[in-house]
Design a protein around this ligand. Structure first.
Ligand code: 3PG
Length: 211
């Protein structure tokens, strides 16, 4: 395994849940990251779905030293480069394209591409990857899909994301081919809007205790 791949696996295995964050207001980014870290979720994924996402990644990288910040919703090589420049330590995408695989090869920052079929998993495997996202997890067959794929494609591991919450996270985390799950439930919109950072730390602690 390359250092880059080993680094990604160690990030993903360091906690059972990867928070997937949509940050609407830049000023929420650092307190939110700190609140999640205080609850035990130090690695976070800030999605590139809002105008302030890159600035949010930069602010967290600079001002929340306990946090390991990655970027999500990376759709193009330009997004990949911008997210790395802002300080992202890992890159997540909903799917994968040849252009993104090429960008990942050229970068020192590891890539977690989304997959949802056997062929997509095999393509990522051909690119040398052994750990991928499974997205959208619940809609694509959920834990039974990952159980079924574990025999024919035995050397791949997954970070399932999409439709996962405290209720069903253990269905995934109990599978040997799951390194962690991703989810937005640890940072609900209403708690972020209210600045209820203690409430978010509580949700993070609950999630961090899942395994
Ligand atoms: C997303 O793309 O928003 C992530 O997969 C998170 O999904 P969730 O909101 O269902 O946790």
């Amino acid at each position: 395994m390359s250092d880059k791949a080993a680094n990604l696996v160690s990030i993903l295995k360091s906690q059972p849940v990867m928070p997937v964050l949509i940050i609407e207001k830049l000023e929420d980014a650092v307190p939110l990251a700190r609140a999640l870290a205080a609850g035990g979720l130090k690695a976070i994924e800030i999605t590139m779905r809002t105008a302030c996402a890159l600035d949010a990644i930069k602010a967290v990288a600079e001002e929340s030293p306990d946090t390991l910040v990655g970027a999500g919703t990376i759709l193009t090589p330009a997004d990949y480069a911008a997210a790395v420049k802002a300080g992202s330590k890992f890159i997540v995408s909903p799917g994968a394209t040849p252009a993104l695989f090429a960008a990942a090869k050229d970068s020192d920052v590891p890539f977690l591409p989304g997959t949802s079929t056997a062929s997509e998993i095999m393509k990522a495997r051909e690119e040398g990857l052994r750990t991928v996202k499974f997205f959208p997890a619940e809609q694509s067959g959920g834990a039974p899909f990952l159980k079924a794929i574990s025999s024919p494609i035995a050397d791949m591991s997954f970070c399932p994301t999409g439709g996962i919450s405290l209720k069903n996270a253990k269905d995934y985390l109990s599978l040997p081919n799951v390194v962690c799950v991703g989810g937005s439930w640890v940072a609900p919109k209403d708690l972020v809007a209210a600045g209820d950072w203690a409430g978010i730390t509580k949700l993070a602690a609950e999630a961090a205790a899942l395994r």
